[in-house]
Unconditional design. Structure first.
Lengths: 159, 159
């Protein structure tokens, strides 16, 4: 048999941090500096969905308020208290709580309004031709033919 | 806006148990009686991947040793100590540890050799035309055109 490309299992917190902090252009990029991600699924070579162990420091946010056109998403809180902000209302997420966001559903983001870190798992699929709508910001995103995110203003001008 | 079909978030442990214990035919079905699952992703209407909160009582197993032809899988242990058994060796998974199984990779199962329950999240995508290989049991599985699992003996005879 081929040698294993990585160990059979790992402590999630010991997977290296993702080097790229965010794909967003400024002024949105800087809002993501209180967030870090460990790409757990990628560590094991998974391709059809991603699983990240994400940490939000106090004041941090998971992403801009957004909804995907094709991607389903899911979050499960491991530690701390996050606030799930949506265009249908807000709710506190404590350890052991979860939420899911079907493609085209509620716009959402997690924010950390507490004084301690929040640690959660986030899962998203890898649908081709996905797009993202940002209801509160002058930003639009789409996946290009190479699977790279392209960000523009809402009127289509590049950033 | 349309009314929300379910709450924005939920305590994972309060999602109802899946009624169907296992799709396996006997004598394999009975081996799954020490396992229960809460379909968290389905609760939120997700379609491209599933997220289950799964509990193994002492002596329980997650599944027969298997590998998927197309589906990527991932597990994250929340509570207790599971043993990950694979065709490349075994390793203990404690809370905060994770493992991923790329389609066509190592055959695997989780077993609970401890004296306490094990609680973990399991994630799998929903690739059409998936199949499952069971290296140690006279069983083969494939998804039919309606997305239902069909189990046969390895020589193709039905169960």
């Amino acid at each position: 048999m081929e040698p294993l490309k990585c160990s059979l299992a790992i402590e999630a917190a010991s997977v290296p941090l993702r080097r790229k902090i965010s794909n967003y252009p400024e002024p949105f990029f800087s809002r993501m500096l209180k967030r870090d991600k460990r790409a757990l699924g990628e560590f094991f070579g998974l391709k059809t969905f991603g699983v990240n162990l994400t940490r939000l420091a106090p004041g941090g946010e998971s992403a801009l308020m957004h909804r995907h056109g094709k991607q389903d998403e899911f979050v499960y809180v491991i530690e701390g208290v996050a606030t799930l902000v949506t265009d249908r209302g807000e709710v506190e997420l404590r350890a052991g709580m979860c939420s899911g966001f079907a493609a085209g559903g509620v716009a959402h983001q997690l924010v950390n309004r507490s004084g301690a870190d929040v640690l959660y798992l986030e899962i998203g699929d890898r649908q081709r031709g996905d797009s993202v709508e940002y209801p509160y910001d002058d930003l639009a995103a789409g996946l290009d033919a190479d699977g790279q995110w392209v960000f523009t203003h809402k009127d289509g001008r590049p950033y």
